[in-house]
Design a protein around this ligand. Structure first.
Ligand SMILES: [Zn+2]
Length: 301
């Protein structure tokens, strides 16, 4: 999930806070909102910044380690490495810092990956769904996840890679023509990573979505993409999960058929450099428009 569809302007806070929001000079690097980092512990040794609540340090190391493997995999596959920060938060810090105080969904916003360091309400909701499954579905779930408490944590822990994928497309000028395609890209990145780098986790990742769809365990309030586009990202959590499960299975179909490198082709179809944008503006709008970016600093303010 991303906060791209946010309707309200972001709070800018004090002058100091504004200065802490830093951006590179050109448009090809994400902005990282460092105002969310203050007061959190810092973990070193990762190719990105990691901040954590005091009580979630252990989970932060686990999530950051997987994220580092995914960063390397996606960096190789997409030939790009974004700047980003992992924020692993307990409930109290989440309530203070996240855009939505509900401790449910991890999400990406302005260079920050907001991750839950304690078992989230999403895991609890999914467990409720799983535990009310009919016998045939329950048997399939039990075989993969067992029957213990927090059995869906291995599934929930993979979602960090989905959020990381958002940092990648946000790190270059990127034009996804639909929100659902942006989310599908993040799901494809996650599935491709699991297949290529953590094949032992594959069943943990794909079984819940497959079984939930096959046995209609979720009861989405809508099923069409028009609804998704209209209300994204403000969609009721289990309906949102239903859409994500559909996207995951669509991504799986393509990756299984074409291999994990197909992610690169999806990326290249929609990444748009400043040079490409200038060519489109110059060729399809007006030669003068093709110079807008190059002449930015010289234009009257
Ligand atoms: Zn997403």
């Amino acid at each position: 999930m991303t906060e791209r569809g946010e309707a309200m302007p972001r709070e800018t806070g004090s002058d100091d806070a504004e200065q802490a929001v830093f951006a590179d000079a050109n448009t090809s690097q994400a902005v990282v909102d460092a105002t969310k980092h203050q007061g959190l512990a810092s973990l070193s040794g990762f190719p990105f910044e990691v901040r954590t609540s005091a009580s979630t340090r252990e989970q932060a190391v686990r999530l950051a380690s997987r994220c580092a493997r995914a960063y390397s995999f996606l960096g190789e596959t997409l030939a790009f490495r974004p700047r980003c920060t992992l924020l692993v938060l307990d409930r109290a810090d989440w309530a203070e810092r996240a855009s939505n105080p509900a401790y449910v969904m991890p999400y990406y916003d302005a260079g920050n990956l907001f991750l839950t360091g304690e078992p989230s309400d999403l895991t609890a909701m999914l467990e409720e769904v799983a535990s009310s499954a009919p016998p045939a579905a329950a048997q399939e779930l039990d075989q993969v996840y067992g029957t213990g408490t927090d059995r869906l944590m291995p599934f929930a822990d993979t979602l960090v890679v989905h959020e990381l994928a958002h940092a990648f497309h946000d790190g270059v000028p990127f034009v996804f023509p639909r929100s659902w395609l942006m989310e599908l890209f993040a799901d494809m990145a996650l599935y491709a990573f699991v297949v290529a780098e953590e094949p032992g986790e594959r069943l943990h990742f794909e079984t819940l979505p497959r079984v939930a769809l096959q046995y209609r365990l979720l009861k989405p309030v809508a099923r069409d993409l028009r609804y998704f586009e209209a209300f994204y990202p403000y969609i009721e959590p289990l309906t949102y999960v239903w859409y994500q499960f559909r996207f995951t299975m669509m991504a799986k179909g393509v990756v299984d058929a074409a291999g994990p490198d197909v992610l690169r082709r999806l990326w290249e179809a929609f990444a748009l450099t400043d040079e490409q944008l200038a060519r489109v503006l110059g060729g399809q709008v007006h030669p003068e428009a093709g110079q807008w970016l190059a002449r930015w600093d010289g234009l009257p303010r």
